[in-house]
Design a protein. Structure first.
Length: 482
């Protein structure tokens, strides 16, 4: 009889044996909602870029110029979230739900403070950023306003990401995935309203996305804090009575039976050990995002002298390429959940099996997506922009990148495995070395002679190298030693 994903997740916590078919079924069942959400997010970016693309090359270049910097800000926010959610996954694997809720309360406070700091930085530098990146005066105003508005809305992205990450680490992939799909739909609707109906152009694209993120954040927090069976901070009275009938052992945080006093829900007592562990997990990821984002910015600086058409083609091609790698990130999220809970339950062999099967599945799916991208690159770029020169350069870039998709998948999913195991320092060093020593060095050498084609050739070589070294670490098993 086929078991549900909830039953199979319970097997991990209970230490029960799983067949290979059950493992694969669990990986697929957790991956599919995340893959659908990732693809819908890609479609959202695709439609957004197409909307802006039809405003002209200058509008596309304005967003493309600061796009890598907005990714950097988002990556720093995600790193802070993962520092806490990985701890929650381990605690849920150990069936310690009271401690998991205690970590969640502290995560809410710390993530809010972190997002406010990032917002302050974004507002402070928005006027100067386009010029720092080598942009020309004709796109600087739109680029700076877009970046400022995205930065102000960053707190919504932070809260939505934190709540979604916590739900996924508890094994609930469906709700955050459905809400992310809903956000994509809202983003398209709001962007159409602000860009075309209200005629706000590039600024409208930022506002539309911000409103969609705000609504999604509210819904994510509702399902996490109110509806989650494992992590709700406002459990139903029946659940409260059941826990009160259990052992009333003090858990060190002023909670009884795993329930926090109502006052601590608003002002939780900070546990230095929890924050220290979050920093230990999240800081390498944050540094990785910082330096990887910095590398992306340097890459943008390398592309900028190639002209407005090259900037636009580069930006739109990156959006199209995300159709290929987003399924990999969906499988990586499932791997993080399964590895995190497996380690919390003390099941090393099962954890290793989940890791290997997840990476193999990711490589298979992204290889197929790479074939799809190579074949339909001209049509996909044609949807993004009506400018023939942009279509031609973007098509060439995508067909170069398609060859790197299998190993790109290996790096994405293996990194999800390492995060679930709280192994973040060495993978971060590996990624940074690969990006700075391989990609940027090659891109700087090839761009003056081969233009955008040289930049994307460097990217394909680097992704293949990164995937190879991640596979070596995965197979050696060093990531389980912590």
């Amino acid at each position: 009889m086929a078991r549900s994903s909830d039953e199979l997740l319970a097997y991990i916590r209970q230490g029960r044996t799983m067949t290979q078919a059950e493992k694969l079924r669990l990986i697929v069942s957790l991956s599919i909602p995340s893959i659908l959400a990732q693809i819908s997010a890609t479609v959202m970016f695709f439609i957004d870029a197409a909307m802006v693309g039809h405003l002209g090359a200058h509008a596309t270049a304005a967003i493309g110029l600061v796009e890598t910097t907005t990714w950097l800000m988002g990556g720093l926010g995600s790193a802070a979230n993962m520092g806490f959610s990985v701890q929650v996954a381990h605690l849920i694997g150990a069936s310690d739900f009271a401690s998991a809720r205690r970590v969640l309360r502290q995560a809410l406070v710390c993530a809010t403070l972190w997002s406010l700091m990032l917002m302050t930085v974004a507002v402070a530098v928005h006027r100067y950023l386009p010029f720092w990146l080598g942009g020309s005066a004709d796109i600087a105003h739109d680029a700076s306003m877009y970046f400022m508005l995205v930065g102000i809305c960053g707190i919504f992205f932070q809260m939505s990401g934190l709540a979604g990450s916590m739900l996924k680490c508890s094994g609930n992939m469906k709700v955050p995935s459905m809400l992310n799909i809903l956000m994509c739909v809202m983003d398209v609707v709001f962007n159409y309203l602000f860009i075309y109906i209200l005629d706000l152009g590039v600024i409208g694209a930022a506002l539309g996305t911000g409103v969609a993120e705000f609504v999604t954040a509210l819904l994510m927090l509702y399902f996490l804090l109110v509806r989650s069976p494992m992590l709700s901070l406002f459990p139903a009275r029946s659940l409260a009575r059941n826990e009160e009938r259990g052992t009333r052992k003090e858990n060190g945080s002023g909670t009884v039976g795993g329930l926090a006093p109502r006052s601590s829900l608003l002002v939780p007592r900070i546990d230095p050990a929890v924050v220290k562990m979050a920093f230990k997990i999240g800081a390498p990821m944050g540094l990785q995002h910082l330096l990887m984002g910095g590398a992306q910015i340097v890459s943008t600086i390398i592309v900028a002298p190639l002209g407005t058409v090259a900037i636009a083609a580069n930006s739109l091609a990156i959006t199209v390429e995300s159709l290929c790698y987003m399924p990999g990130y969906g499988i990586a999220e499932a791997a993080t959940t399964l590895v995190g809970q497996g380690i919390g339950a003390g099941q090393r062999l099962l954890t290793r099996s989940f890791a290997y099967m997840s990476v193999a599945l990711g490589m298979a799916v992204m290889t197929l997506m790479g074939v799809f991208m190579w074949i339909f690159a001209p049509e996909l770029m044609g949807l993004m922009s009506p400018v023939e020169a942009i279509i031609a350069q973007g098509t060439e870039a995508l067909r170069i990148e398609a060859w790197a998709e299998p190993m790109f998948a290996a790096s994405i999913v293996a990194n999800g495995v390492f995060i679930g195991a709280a192994d973040t320092i060495v993978p971060a060093v590996m990624s940074l070395t690969s990006m700075w020593a391989v990609r940027l060095t090659l891109a700087a050498a090839l761009a003056p002679h081969y233009g955008l084609r040289g930049v994307w050739t460097a990217m394909a070589i680097e992704l293949t190298f990164r995937g190879s070294i991640f596979l070596i670490r995965l197979l050696r098993g060093n990531w389980q030693k912590g």
